[in-house]
Design a protein around this ligand. Sequence first.
Ligand SMILES: Cc1cc2nc3c(=O)[nH]c(=O)nc-3n(C[C@H](O)[C@H](O)[C@H](O)COP(=O)(O)OP(=O)(O)OC[C@H]3O[C@@H](n4cnc5c(N)ncnc54)[C@H](O)[C@@H]3O)c2cc1C
Length: 336
Amino acid sequence: MSTEKVETLIVGAGQAGVAMSEHLSNCGVPHLVLERHRVAERWRSERWDSLVANGPAWHDRFPGMEFSNIHPDVFVPKESVADYFVAYAKKIAAPIRCGVEVTEVRRQVGGPGFRVETSDGVIEASSVVAATGPFQRPTIPPVVSEMGGILQIHSNTYRNPEQLPEGAVLVVGAGSSGAQIADELMRSSKRVYLSVGPHDLPPRSYRGRDFVWWLGVLGKWEVAAPEPGTEHVTIAVSGANGGQTVDFRRLAGQGMTLVGRTESFKDGVMHFASDLADNIARGNANTLSVLDEADAYVVRNGLDLVEEPEARKVEADPQCVTEPILALNLAQATAG
Ligand SMILES: Cc1cc2nc3c(=O)[nH]c(=O)nc-3n(C[C@H](O)[C@H](O)[C@H](O)COP(=O)(O)OP(=O)(O)OC[C@H]3O[C@@H](n4cnc5c(N)ncnc54)[C@H](O)[C@@H]3O)c2cc1C
């Protein structure tokens, strides 16, 4: 049996694989895309039910196609995002083979190119593009080895509040995912503790323009990726509920208990760092730095964008921030 040969093999048909296919087609480079599941699979089966895109429809899309029947300012629901990528792949006639998993890629011995093992046989390729996505393997830091009857899940497998048993929930991490999930759980009447580490906290919009508009004009999309090993600071931004600035003080005011960074677990008690107030203050400083940069841009370019002084108002810290809980008995918390 002869081995299939392709010039360039793209592994993965998420948005990167589809975009790569378009660029290669435009350059006349023959290629094949292998996807182990379906196009844009992660948007379908590795996100929670209510997730919407973090950027509005005018922004979170390919240049060559708008979302049909969705207003440009809407934050698109995840299934529509996946449908959009499927439609786009069809529009550009991307040569995608679904249901084929790449299991191994090795350099050819004694010649150029690669030998690619797949669930559907061997392929030889001159070049291989790994478009298999970032953060592929969900990691739960080994803070808690066993939970003694308490359910512990990653945001990757969180779907909706009904999935969780009765009782309180501790959400660890207050980036975009953690903040949105904690908010959703609180809205479903659960008692929620949110462990907040260092984070950036951009405004959802400022002076009538969405945050992603500011990212564009301020050149933030062109910033070089940080060096490997450089500390990654998460960003708390959300398109949920029509798109609002993540506001930890508001969440606390509505009944959520904020705690510092989760540090350790011993004898049923979770221990938190005493860094909550610093983390909240750092987030606010980040908000103000974005506003400063935006204001400077407006002045520099003589733009007529309505001023928004109230965006600079910072409410007083709630009690859970001024007198933070440093330890939480999980069994007691979930029972109460
Ligand atoms: C909660 C959440 C919200 C997000 N919100 C947004 C947003 O609003 N806007 C935005 O632009 N981005 C958002 N992102 C980020 C976005 O989802 C990712 O950046 C994007 O999915 C990356 O695209 P990708 O093509 O690189 O990888 P992926 O989408 O992960 O695609 C990789 C593909 O490769 C396939 N694959 C992996 N291994 C193999 C293999 N061995 N063989 C064959 N196929 C394989 C997978 O099945 C998958 O389909 C969000 C991410 C998360 C987690």
